[in-house]
Write a protein that binds this ligand. Structure first.
Ligand SMILES: [Zn+2]
Length: 250
């Protein structure tokens, strides 16, 4: 969890202390990145102790005077309540999806150096038509209802919510959705037209023999490769041995 927060911060999806990652612990409990009133330094510097356990009703099981649950806590609670298959959730405010959502740019399935961002878009992007903070249950229920059958959602003018069976899967979906959005923003704001996918390429993405089988599902080999890459990149960067080479513009 704390590792995922650092990776998403390094990739430009989580900013300062805003946004959150959570993981289901049981039917009624989940862990979530909380904020320390005394020593909060932001997602890039997340620590294991920043991860706290809470019930779906908003009770912090291992509460302390120092840690507070995120204001948008109910976003996580309502999705876990309604979607038993969901094991982890990312809520972030990345730039690419913000720009596309605000300007009504539709995400075309673009192969942004790999099939993965394309596949995330082709598998279905939900839209939540409100920029309001999810600070109460009714808003969380409305967001949940907008995500029926989808694992990724663009909350127009606000951010994104992505779901996964694991933290790695939810985080990879968030990374790929943002890569797709940035590629779309760059191309579509240039005024040029995107040529439709060739049917051959479209078939390949859906095929079991695709070079990136189920690449947005990190339970597969390819997804595991990607997640291991980001974990290694984070560790090497912390050690000062390498700086992330693949920051996707801008
Ligand atoms: Zn938010």
């Amino acid at each position: 969890m704390s590792e995922a927060c650092k990776i998403l911060a390094m990739q430009g999806l989580l900013h300062e202390s805003v946004g959150h990652v959570s993981a289901r612990v049981s039917e009624n409990e989940f862990e979530i990145r909380c904020r320390s009133l005394q020593s909060e330094d932001g997602h890039l510097f997340s620590r294991q102790e920043d991860i706290r356990r809470a019930t779906l009703d908003g009770e912090c099981v291992d509460a302390s005077d120092d840690y507070v649950l995120p204001i948008e806590f109910s976003l996580h609670a309502e999705l876990y309540r309604a979607r038993p298959e969901v094991g982890a959730i990312v809520h972030a405010h990345p730039l690419g999806t913000l720009l596309c959502g605000l300007t009504g740019i539709e995400l075309f399935p673009i192969r942004a150096y790999t099939y993965d961002p394309m596949r995330v878009v082709m598998n279905g992007v939900a839209y939540y038509e409100s920029a309001a903070m999810i600070d109460r249950r009714e808003r969380a229920v409305a967001l949940r209802d907008s995500m029926v059958g989808a694992n990724v959602c663009i909350m127009r003018g606000h951010g994104i919510t992505t779901l996964g069976s694991s933290v790695a899967e939810a985080a990879m979906r968030a990374i790929y959705l943002e890569k797709a959005a940035r590629a779309n923003w760059i191309i579509q704001s240039s005024g040029r037209t995107i040529t439709a996918l060739q049917s051959e390429e479209e078939e390949e993405v859906h095929s079991d023999n695709s070079p990136a089988p189920s690449a947005n599902d990190v339970s597969t080999h390819w997804g595991e490769f990607s997640w291991r890459y980001y974990k290694r990149l984070m560790k090497e960067s912390e050690a000062g041995r390498v700086w992330p080479p693949d920051k996707f513009l801008p």
